[in-house]
Design a protein around this ligand. Structure first.
Ligand code: ATP
Length: 131
C-alpha cells in the first residue's frame, strides 16, 4: 500500500468516526432537550422489558425493533426540522408552522403504526397470561 492510499484510508476512517460522533451528539442533544424524545425512549425500554417478560419470538422482535427505530428516527427528524425552522425564523410564519406541523405529523403516523404493532403482539399474550 502506498503512503498516499494509506493516508487516504486513515483520513476516511477518521471521517467515519467523526460522522458517528456527530450522529451520537445529535441523539444525545435530542434526548437532553426534547421531552417527547424522553417519553419515546421510556416507552421503548418498557416495550423491550415486556418483550423479554413475555418471551416474544424472533419475528416479533424484528417488528418491535422496526417500530422503535421508526419512532425514534422520526422524533429525531422532527427535532431537526424544529431546529432548522427556529434557525431561520422565530417570527410566526405559515410555512414555518406547516413545516413543524408536518414533521410532528410524521411522528404521529409512525407512533400509531408502532402502537398497532405493539397491541397485536402483546394483547394476545397478555390475554393468555391472565386468562
Ligand atoms: N415560527 C413559527 N411560525 C408559526 N408557527 C410556529 C412557529 N414555531 C412553532 N409554531 C407552531 O407551534 C407548534 C409547536 O412548535 P415548537 O417549536 O414549540 O415545537 P414543540 O413544542 O417542541 O413540538 P413537538 O411537541 O412536536 O416537539 C408547531 O407545531 C407549530 O404549529
Amino acid at each position: 500500500m502506498s503512503m498516499d492510499s494509506r493516508d487516504k484510508s486513515s483520513r476516511s476512517r477518521a471521517g467515519l468516526l467523526q460522522s458517528f460522533r456527530c450522529a451520537f451528539e445529535g441523539i444525545a442533544g435530542s434526548v437532553r432537550q426534547e421531552r417527547n424524545m424522553k417519553i419515546h425512549l421510556t416507552m421503548s425500554v418498557l416495550v423491550i422489558i415486556l418483550g423479554l417478560v413475555l418471551s416474544i419470538d424472533q419475528t416479533e422482535w424484528m417488528l418491535i425493533a422496526l417500530a422503535i427505530g421508526g419512532v425514534l428516527s422520526a422524533e429525531l427528524m422532527n427535532s431537526a426540522v424544529e431546529k432548522a425552522v427556529d434557525l431561520y425564523t422565530r417570527d410566526f410564519h405559515p410555512l414555518a408552522k406547516m413545516a413543524k406541523d408536518m414533521a410532528a405529523g410524521a411522528v404521529l403516523v409512525i407512533s400509531v403504526a408502532a402502537m398497532v404493532i405493539g397491541l397485536l403482539i402483546f394483547i394476545p399474550k397478555l390475554f393468555v397470561l391472565f386468562s
